[in-house]
Write a protein that binds this ligand. Structure first.
Ligand code: SF4
Ligand code: SF4
Ligand code: SF4
Length: 260
């Protein structure tokens, strides 16, 4: 039965919510279950009707669908289209769903048959070019990150439930990193994609003395040529920059304009 509550006299419904995974490591879903301190508050926002990692009940009656993972098989296309048909709101959860994620590194191999043979030997599997959800269906909202950050998911879900607008930070990770008082890793000889990557993770990696790999994709107006100049000025090999830019798939379009 749908729970009903009110806020300032206005009825607020617990939207029926489902979680699904396509090709993924399921780390984004795990993030949501992480941190028991806020899990109950999160569960109080929605009525979860599908979440294979935590419950055995299944239902095809849902309003919000969170879809993790990228599309790599024909049956995933069918599943995704069915989810889209049912859900009022479809949310791409994590970098795999948004950009292809680490899975899309596979697309660089020209000869996939050779790769399949090397990896799976005499146990052939069906796999095709890795693509993000938006190549097949309309995505209403994207939550970036590999994995997503639980606090951000909770904030986004709260806004969705209250019907408030949701906006991603437009600025890059450097803004959060600097606000946190970190020493810039370029000064320590470490490459970092903070200048071009969309903020929202609170500079998770630089806070821990690791350069950003760009898992949240490009910030608005990301200037990759300027990033290249920063890398050159710090004598960091170009390949180190390209390895990072290619890792999650978020910069694929932006990179077309760059000199290799
Ligand atoms: S975005 Fe990262 S953590 Fe999330 S499913 Fe993909 S690989 Fe796993
Ligand atoms: S460490 Fe990275 S994110 Fe932090 S200020 Fe330097 S370039 Fe920006
Ligand atoms: S610092 Fe960069 S790689 Fe690390 S979580 Fe944030 S966006 Fe992702």
């Amino acid at each position: 039965m749908q729970k009903i509550r009110t806020y300032l006299g206005i009825e607020i419904k617990y939207p029926k919510t489902a979680f699904f995974e396509l090709s993924s490591c399921e780390g984004c879903q795990l993030q949501i279950l992480n941190k028991e301190a806020t899990l109950l508050n999160f569960l109080d926002l929605v009525e979860i009707v599908n979440f294979r990692e935590v419950m055995s009940n299944r239902s095809n009656d849902y309003e919000i669908a969170f879809v993790e993972g990228s599309v790599t098989r024909a049956d995933e296309v069918t599943q995704l289209l069915e989810i889209r048909q049912q859900a009022k709101t479809l949310v791409a959860l994590g970098s795999c769903a948004c950009f292809g994620g680490v899975n899309q590194l596979k697309n660089r191999f020209q000869n996939l048959e050779w790769v399949k043979k090397e990896v799976y030997g005499n146990h052939p599997i069906e796999t095709q070019e890795v693509r993000p959800l938006s190549d097949f269906v309309t995505v209403d909202f994207s939550i970036y990150g590999c994995p997503v950050k639980k606090e951000e998911v909770e904030e986004i879900v709260t806004n969705l439930v209250l019907g408030k607008s949701i906006e991603h930070p437009r600025y890059p990770v450097c803004m959060e990193c600097t606000a946190n008082g970190n020493i810039c890793l370029f000064n320590l000889g470490e490459p970092c994609l903070g200048p071009v990557t969309r903020a929202g993770c609170d500079a998770w990696c630089p806070n821990n003395r690791m350069g950003c790999w760009g898992c949240r994709g490009p910030a608005d107006d990301a200037n990759l040529r300027q990033l290249q100049k920063i890398m050159d000025d710090h004598n960091i090999p170009r390949q180190a920059m390209f390895d990072r830019l290619e890792c999650f798939g978020g910069f694929t379009s932006a990179m077309k304009e760059m000199d290799r």
